[in-house]
Design a binder for this molecule. Structure first.
Ligand SMILES: N[C@@H](CCC(=O)N[C@@H](CS)C(=O)NCC(=O)O)C(=O)O
Length: 207
């Protein structure tokens, strides 16, 4: 089987992919990248991810970057883990919507809120519209539970769940009851707990 290698720094957005890998239960290697030492800008890393960022994933000869794309890729490559929605399943539409919604709407809405622009663009020019609508749409989606698509936990929960967890941790997302309840549910996932435990050990070693 082709080897999986995660280019990782803990804690960072590559922790999203580490959680996804733990959910898959497939063996993987880590290639640690010290962001503090600027290793992400060194030629050997730029050859893997010309954006100079983590995460990146190597699967055999395939390289995938962008956390949400990596999670989508892994879910489809390892369907036995039932973290994807296969082509032909009507739930694949909303599943893909949520995988794109995190980097396409939640993240830019959070960033714009954290670093306001000198001049606020018209709502129609922003792909995410406005912060409050983004929050309302996500809150309504996670409220029924247990997961975004109902009973089945998917890669979309890894991606959206990570965005909500980090957003609330850094006070960039309101601590609404819908978000708190959803984040509390996903915090019960043994794979997330394992990923966090392993990342904690890594951070301690690096300190
Ligand atoms: N759009 C990318 C963002 C990745 C990203 O910004 N990673 C940060 C760590 S959280 C990074 O590598 N920063 C180092 C740098 O930009 O120098 C994704 O979703 O994977």
């Amino acid at each position: 089987m082709a080897k999986l290698t995660l280019y990782h720094a803990a804690p960072s957005r590559s922790s999203i992919v580490r959680w996804m890998l733990e959910e898959l239960g497939e063996p993987y290697d880590l290639h640690l990248v010290s962001l503090a030492k600027g290793e992400q800008h060194q030629p050997d890393h730029l050859a893997v991810n010309p954006m100079g960022k983590v995460p990146a994933l190597k699967h055999g000869d395939v390289v995938v970057t962008e956390a949400a794309a990596i999670c989508t890729y892994l879910a489809d490559e390892f369907p036995q883990a039932r973290l994807n929605m296969p082509v032909g399943d009507p739930r694949r539409g909303p599943y893909l919507k949520w995988l794109f919604f995190a980097p396409g709407c939640i993240e830019p809405a959070m960033t714009d809120r954290a670093f306001p622009r000198a001049e606020q663009p018209r709502r129609g020019t922003l792909g995410y519209g406005d912060f409050d609508t983004v929050m309302e749409v996500v809150a309504k989606a996670v409220e029924p539970g247990p997961y975004l698509l109902g009973e089945q936990f998917t890669a979309a929960d890894v991606v959206i769940g990570s965005g909500l967890r980090y957003g609330m941790m850094f006070k960039l997302i309101p601590e609404r009851k819908e978000f708190q309840d959803y984040v509390a549910r996903i915090a019960q996932r043994p794979a997330l707990q394992q990923a966090q435990e392993k990342d904690k050990e890594l951070s301690a070693q690096a300190a």
